[in-house]
Design a protein around this ligand. Structure first.
Ligand SMILES: [Zn+2]
Length: 460
């Protein structure tokens, strides 16, 4: 009885809902159907070869890692521009950006008492160095900022170890960014952090720190989880643990670098632009394959494939390979400033900087109307499982422009299970990347960029 009553009263609603669905479905089919064939061609071209992976292997093997200020980054800039021209991309050029030039130099850390053990470490990006003889001090282990502050004057002259187990990046990276100045304010002379990532096989993770202006600058380094665990065990037993830290890190004058730009010019509205992008710089360890050579290559592939298939969308698709994401963000800031007059004609900006593992779809930030459109476009990628659209799209390099220009922001989203294991480590090499998954990432970026650039009405 009760059930029947519910069904009866729900009936008018159901009828209304289903007729609305049919009408919306019919409308959607009209504009989306025109894109089924080009989307299938883009996917077929991408997954039909290992071109993207081969190109990334040239970048990571023949040029290698690419820290801001190094000749390797400038070789990568020149190589990318030349290769884009060879692909037949249009308006290929570089846009000058001055970037900070941090140099790691020789570095080491060692437990010197109660017995000697070498520590596997990487200095944090932008850290100051130690005096030539290093700093040697007792270690104080803490796990939270509250615990740090509670130690107060007990930290004077000590080396602080933040032994914080990795949960997720946002939660754990706070100690890498702010830890050195928080410890220095209490008188610490050096700072170590358990590497920000899941426990690997004695793998340290570098990454930038951020000094506050109101604290002395002290040297800071990440240490492998095994070394952090050893210090923790010793401290738990009541041992006085003494560590010697030696780092030659320093800054040299700003260096000239560039963002690399290439386009497929729009056939009807060439002044309206869809940007796809990744950052060409990397840390100075590993090969910058996952962070972010892969993101650069799959974004670039979107245009190479359009060119190869002779697909010219209504609007311009522009690939930008950013410089200096890792320790300054100057590439993204320079693009915003150099392109300020045309930000109003940026239809959408996408950044791929989460790896090129199995693609899941996209992150999206923008209006509800634009998100619905993007959701519909993403269904064209359901065959390769890349049709999700989740909130919170964007990237460090596109944020200055998307915020100032109020531009819809997207990111390529992929299976993230391996990313933070290799992030900013010597293990960031191309062997971790599967050519087929990477090809699917190129297809994912390519289909979205093509359709958004070709829509009869601009995404807004
Ligand atoms: Zn990155």
């Amino acid at each position: 009885m009760v059930r029947r009553a519910i069904v009866a009263s729900a009936l008018p609603f159901l009828v209304l809902t289903s007729s609305t669905t049919v009408r919306a479905g019919a409308e959607r089919a009209t504009w989306l159907d025109a894109y089924r064939e080009p989307a299938a061609r883009i996917i077929g071209e991408a997954v039909g070869s290992t071109f993207a992976w081969q190109r990334l292997s040239v970048l990571t093997d023949s040029i290698g890692n690419r820290l801001s200020g190094t000749p390797a980054l400038e070789r990568a800039v020149a190589w990318a521009a030349a290769e884009m021209a060879r692909d037949g991309l249009e308006n290929v050029h570089t846009e000058k950006v001055m970037v900070p030039h941090w140099v790691r130099g020789a570095e080491s850390a060692e437990i010197v008492a109660p017995t000697r053990h070498p520590i596997v470490m990487l200095g944090l990006g932008d850290s100051v160095g130690t005096p030539p003889d290093g700093v040697q001090a007792d270690v104080v282990v803490v796990h939270t900022f509250e615990e740090l502050d509670a130690k107060g004057s007990a930290l004077r002259g000590r080396i602080v170890l933040f032994n914080v187990t990795f949960t997720n990046y946002g939660e754990t990276v706070r100690f890498r960014s702010a830890g050195p100045s928080r410890a220095a304010r209490l008188g610490a002379v050096g700072m170590l952090i358990r590497a920000v990532g899941p426990a690997g096989l004695r793998t340290p993770h570098t990454g930038a720190l951020q000094y506050s202006n109101d604290a002395p600058k002290i040297p800071a380094a990440a240490i492998a989880s095994e070394d952090a665990d050893r210090i923790q065990r010793m401290a738990d037993r009541g041992d006085k643990v003494v560590v010697k830290l030696a780092m030659q890190a320093h800054f040299e004058p700003d260096a000239e670098s560039a963002n690399v730009v290439g386009e497929i010019r729009g056939r009807e509205l060439p002044n309206e632009v869809v940007v796809v992008s990744g950052h060409l710089d990397s840390w100075d360890v590993g090969a910058g394959a996952t962070d972010d050579g892969g993101g650069c290559v799959v974004s670039w592939e979107a245009l190479r494939i359009m060119k190869k298939l002779n697909l010219r969308p209504r609007r311009t698709v522009r690939v930008v390979l950013w410089t200096n994401e890792e320790n300054g963000g100057r590439g993204g800031l320079a693009y915003r400033d150099q392109h300020r007059a045309e930000l109003g004609n940026h239809i959408m900006m996408m950044e791929s900087d989460s790896g090129v593992f199995r693609p899941l779809g996209f992150g999206f930030t923008g209006s509800d109307q634009a998100r619905d459109k993007v959701r519909a476009i993403a269904t064209l990628l359901s065959g390769i499982g890349a049709d999700q659209v989740t909130p919170g799209g964007g990237g460090a390099d596109i944020t200055p422009a998307t915020q100032d220009g109020r531009i819809p922001a997207m990111s390529l989203e992929v299976d993230g299970s391996k990313y933070f294991l290799i992030h900013h480590t010597p293990a960031d090499t191309i062997d971790k990347i599967d050519p087929i998954e990477m090809a699917k990432c190129a297809a994912t970026v390519g289909v979205m960029a093509y359709v958004v650039a070709d829509l009869p009405e601009r995404l807004q």
